[in-house]
Structures are given as C-alpha cells and as structure tokens.
Design a protein around this ligand. Structure first.
Ligand SMILES: [Zn+2]
Ligand SMILES: [Zn+2]
Length: 396
C-alpha cells in the first residue's frame, strides 16, 4: 500500500470530524468567517506558517523551493446558496447556505494532504504550495488570489486541483485532458431606439426590430462561422422591451450566455458578437451597447502532464480505478484562471464519491439533496499528496 494512503487511512476519523464541522457551517463567496479561521488554525497546528491571500484565501507551503520545483495544489472552501435537504445529522446550520458542491470534502482532503506532506517535508525535492480559496461558485476567488500574488514568490511550476463527484462510483478517478471545463460569460445587449406611437412607426426607431435582427444574425454567426469541430455555445436567454399595444418602446434589452472550450475561440466570439450587435444597431439607426461579464476562462488540462499525474495517482488508487476516457464538463470552474497560466503543467482530477465502488448516487452536485461518501476522503488526500510528492521527485 502507498505510504501516504496508509497514513491518511489512519487519519480517517479525524478527517470525517473536520469535514462534518465544515459541513455544518457552510459559507458563501468571500464571507468565510467560520471556515477561514478554522482552516488556518488546523494548518498552524500542523506547523505551517499561513499567509492570508486576497479577501479570504489562505496559502502555506511545505518543503523548500530552492531544492527543486514548486507544485500548487488547490481546494475551494465556499458553499452554495441552497437550503440543504440531505437529511444528514450534520447538515447545514446556516439557512440558505449548503455545502452542496462538496467543497467541504475538498478542504478536508487538502488539509490532510498538507498534514502528511508536512510529516515528510525533509524528503520533498522542492515545495508544495497550498491554495485554499474562497468564492469558487461566484467565479471570483481564484482571480482574487492571483491578484494578491498566489502565483508568485515562489512561482509554481505546475498546478492541480480535485473535485468530488457524487454521480460517480466511490474511488473512481476521472480527469480532464485538454478541454475540460467551458468558459462562461454573461452577455447584456442594450438597444436604444426611439419610442413612438404604434400607428406611426416611421416617427421612431423600433428597438424590438433591432433585437429580432440581432438575434438571427447572432445565431447565423454560430452556425456558419464557428468551426463545427470546435465548441462555441451562445444562447440568447431573454429579450425584453415594450409592454403596450400601441406604443413602440424606446429601448430593449437582451441577455445571453457564451461558452467555449478554448480561450482563443472565446476571445474571438466576444469580438464577433460585439461587432454583429453594433452593426445591427447601425443598420436601423439604433444605438447598441454590448457588455460581457468578466466571466471565466475555459479550463484546459495539459495532456502530457495529466498522464504523468495519473501515473502517481494510480500508485494510490490503482490503475483499474482510473477511467479510460477523460471528462469534459459543460459547466465552468474558476481554477481556469490558474490553469490558463499553465498550459503545459495543469491537471484537474475528479474523484467518485458514490455509495460504493460500483454505484453512483442519483443526485449530483448543486442539488440540495446531494450526499458524498466520506470513505473516499483518505484516498483523495493521498492522491493529492502522492502526486505532489512524486512530481517533485521526478522533475528535479
Ligand atoms: Zn459548484
Ligand atoms: Zn465545486
């Protein structure tokens, strides 16, 4: 048995207690008043000197960057604005806030990984940098920690993260390879026309007409300009304007969402959507402004680095428990802000947390009834620890 796994299995009861304590006190976004000091104290008790990073993040390091490379391992700590309905005895005590994405599991696993790596700090051929981040669900946490220098002093050479998956059998390890999570930008299109009587349309500028032409032009862009072998999704999800029978409104507002798996395609789509909307406005004399939310980049995992990491993960979890096919998610993940800086050395793992090794739960993350199998905690922790340890040893 792998040494890290042997040790984390000894820590299992402790891990479950930590997980349940976090689970009882879920918090949102950057407001981690319970979680942050709780995690900080655990790390300090292990002998770490912990630094605050950004609005509510924490970081610390095991090993010595002068001895080799630096690998960053990340866990998110925030919960979702959901009323937990799991029925668990340690369910959320905070109404309207629930650990329904399993970030309490992530925090617990990274804490245990930090503990076992600290115990073997002298053997590390470099350093492991821990990133405990807030606000993954709002997409702002990683960006905030990057702005406050998490990717500098020392600069990591490689980065990895792990997510639990209730809809996958326990101990099954999956991974991203290449395109893993889509980007995500909200789109707001403001159309300023000129209101007038419905019987005298020639006296105004109809923003609804502009909205309809814009809608069609945008759909044509996706269907005929985007390479069908690549994925770019743009959906217009709201068109609002007017309300009466005999007056043409002065303004209309469209909303939508843009998703892509490659950063260059995302940037190109943003340019083209702007261009198309503004051109449609010009065509009919309306003033059109387009706004994109800051959004999230896509997560792209380096295939060769992922293969290397999976080799180390297999030492813990067994090759037979690693999926043959990589995972591609339609959703987004704010670790994208980190992986975007590491096209050749980023990995993202998923660990199954179903009821047993052959079964998945029917309900998954972001559902108020989701539950996760705690038996996987020592395995996830040992996978992270072993991957970090072995990466440093094999890349001196
Ligand atoms: Zn989530
Ligand atoms: Zn999550």
């Amino acid at each position: 048995m792998n040494d890290f796994l042997k040790r984390t299995l000894e820590l299992k009861d402790e891990m479950i207690a930590v997980r349940r304590e976090l689970h009882r006190h879920p918090e949102l976004g950057f407001d981690l008043e319970f979680t942050k000091p709780f995690v900080k104290k655990k790390l300090e008790d292990m002998g770490y000197s912990v630094k605050e990073s950004g609005k509510a993040g924490l970081t610390c390091m095991a090993g010595d960057p002068a001895k080799g490379k630096v690998i960053l391992v990340r866990a998110d700590m925030d919960a979702l604005p959901l009323n937990e309905e799991s029925g668990l005895p340690f369910a959320s005590e905070n109404p309207g806030q629930g650990h329904c994405c399993g970030h309490d599991m992530h925090t617990t696993m990274l804490l245990a990984a930090a503990k076992v790596l600290k115990e073997r700090e002298d053997e590390l051929c470099g350093a492991v940098k821990f990133m405990f981040q807030p606000a993954e669900e709002t997409g702002a946490g990683a960006r905030d920690m990057i702005a406050s220098g998490i990717l500098a002093d020392p600069k990591p050479d490689a980065v990895m993260a792990m997510h639990v998956n209730a809809k996958s059998p326990a101990f099954r390890l999956n991974y991203g390879k290449g395109c893993t999570f889509a980007s995500n930008n909200s789109i707001d299109i403001h159309i300023k026309g000129k209101g007038c009587h419905g019987a005298r349309p020639h006296e105004g500028i109809d923003p609804l007409k502009v909205a309809v032409h814009t809608y069609i032009a945008l759909q044509s862009y996706i269907s005929s300009e985007v390479n069908p072998m690549e994925t770019v999704i743009m959906s217009i999800t709201s068109i609002e304007g007017g309300g009466g029978y005999n007056s043409i409104p002065g303004e209309a507002h469209m909303k939508g969402t843009l998703r892509a798996y490659k950063e260059e395609l995302r940037l190109k789509a943003i340019d083209r959507i702007k261009d198309i909307c503004e051109s449609c406005g010009k065509l009919f004399g309306a003033e059109v402004t387009v706004e994109f939310s800051e959004g999230l980049k896509p997560v792209f995992c380096s295939p060769s680095f992922t293969d290397e990491i999976l080799g180390y993960a297999a030492e813990v979890i067994g090759k037979e428990n690693i999926s043959d096919e990589p995972e591609v998610k339609m959703g987004s993940e704010d670790f994208a802000e980190v992986t975007n800086e590491y096209p050749d050395t980023s990995a993202y793992l998923f660990i199954g947390a179903g009821p047993d090794k052959d079964t998945a739960y029917e309900v998954g993350q972001h559902n108020s009834k989701v539950v996760f199998n705690e038996d996987i905690l020592p395995y996830g922790a040992a996978v992270s620890a072993n991957c970090a340890f072995e990466y440093l040893k094999n890349n001196k």
